[in-house]
Write a protein that binds this ligand. Structure first.
Ligand code: NAD
Length: 376
């Protein structure tokens, strides 16, 4: 298969969807890999390192989209990339379609087959292609929150860990999955007082053991969250309902319960945000204020640390890339039902139910859509 890697063009995005190690695995299996010149530079990978493993370097995104059958990405395609998609393209990248009806319609209109990293599941129902970036985002969330609490940045002016004789700051993490656990571990490491909220009691049991008494686990009822808000300095939102738009866990009217200069970090912003007052921001301009509360809502947090994130992401995606390149989307989906869960759009039909429901498109069962495409 012809595999293409365009340069990421989302604001402040420095990751790349394939490393030289991935090129080597693909070319050794007889696939033809083309990389847009400079695609790896944000992750300090020069063109020559890709060429040394058998890739061809092409000058621009159009040449990549013209040549490739399988297009690999990191972030969701931007409008100019959507415009380059064709019905015979297989796109494999993060899509986050549930909160984005416009992008969903764009992909439907282009007729390409689109596989979302974030809805692929493994044999235990976990999200293997979201997890590595959630680990990174969780760790950044606490770092960013601690920084934004500093007075010159508009924060309350409190040090997360306190000092002897002065109490530590209070950190509330809502959603104790991969992001939440990593955020909590960094907050514990910085010696804050930490509370982690989730609605899954089995998950709270696991966290309780993992934290070994260094953080409190709490059931995430609306009332209990509301009671905690007046005392906390930093709230990290990290909830996820697989594939769906994020539920709101802090409402606009609850902001007035919080301290002035407190900080909200909405990691779930890529699924629409879990605070009612959130809207997506960028690394260049990461925060804004509502009712005296700083909001940090960067939708591509791992993009800021590409040397870590590119390798963490591609280590996880490569086996799926190889499977798609070897077998094509239909056979690979039959052989790996977890990969089939990643297929969101086929031939103008939405094949992932939560996305269809959230964006108002009709849902079509995956193999029905693939069968209709093959028959056409
Ligand atoms: N902004 C970024 O750059 C970035 C990067 C990586 C991940 N993310 C996002 O972070 C979010 C979390 O990802 P994850 O990998 O940790 O997911 P996860 O599935 O591992 O964890 C989500 C947790 O939320 C809990 N939950 C669901 N509804 C809840 C509710 N109403 N109240 C409390 N808890 C609730 C679930 O029980 C689960 O434990 C996702 O939206 C993901 O896309 C964002």
């Amino acid at each position: 298969m012809k595999v293409g890697v365009p340069t990421e063009i989302k604001t402040d995005e420095y990751r790349v969807s394939l490393t030289p190690a991935g090129v080597r695995e693909l070319t050794e299996r007889g696939h033809d890999v083309c990389i847009q010149s400079g695609a790896g530079l944000g992750s300090t990978i020069p063109d020559a390192e890709y060429e040394a493993q058998g890739a061809r370097i092409l000058p621009d995104a159009q040449s990549i989209f013209d040549e490739a059958e399988l297009v690999l990405g990191v972030k969701e395609p931007q409008p100019e990339e959507v415009a380059m998609l064709r019905p015979d393209h297989l796109l494999f990248t993060y899509l986050h379609l549930a909160p984005d009806p416009e992008l969903t319609s764009g992909l439907v209109d282009r007729g390409a087959t689109c596989v979302a990293y974030e809805t692929v599941i493994d044999e235990l129902g976990r999200l293997p292609l979201l997890a590595p970036m959630s680990e990174v985002a969780g760790k950044i969330a606490t770092q960013a929150g601690a920084f934004m609490l500093e007075k010159p940045l508009g924060g309350r002016g409190i040090l997360l860990g306190g000092v002897p004789g002065v109490a530590a700051a209070k950190v509330m993490v809502i959603g104790g999955g991969v992001v939440g656990m990593n955020a909590a571990f960094i907050a514990i490491g910085m010696e804050a007082t930490v509370y982690v909220y989730d609605r899954n009691i089995d998950r709270l049991r696991e966290l309780d053991i993992a934290f070994g008494g260094r953080a409190d686990t709490c059931y995430a009822s609306t009332l209990d969250i509301e009671k905690r808000l007046p005392e906390v300095d930093l709230v990290i939102g990290a909830v996820l309902v697989h594939g769906a738009k994020a539920p709101y866990v802090v409402r606009r009217e609850q902001l007035k319960l919080m301290k002035k200069g407190a900080v909200l970090v909405d990691v779930s912003i890529d699924q629409g945000g879990c605070f009612e007052t959130s809207h997506a921001t960028t690394h260049s301009d990461p925060t804004y204020e509502v009712d005296g509360v700083t909001h940090y809502c960067v939708a591509n947090m791992p993009g800021a640390v590409p040397i870590t994130s590119t390798y963490a992401l591609t280590n996880a995606t490569l086996p799926y890339v190889l499977h798609l390149a070897e077998s094509g989307v239909e056979q690979a989906s039959r052989e790996n039902p977890g990969l089939a869960k990643g297929v969101n759009v086929v031939d103008g039909k939405v094949t992932y139910q939560p996305v269809a429901e959230a964006t108002g498109h009709q849902y079509t069962e995956l193999f029905e859509a693939l069968g209709a495409r093959a028959a056409a």
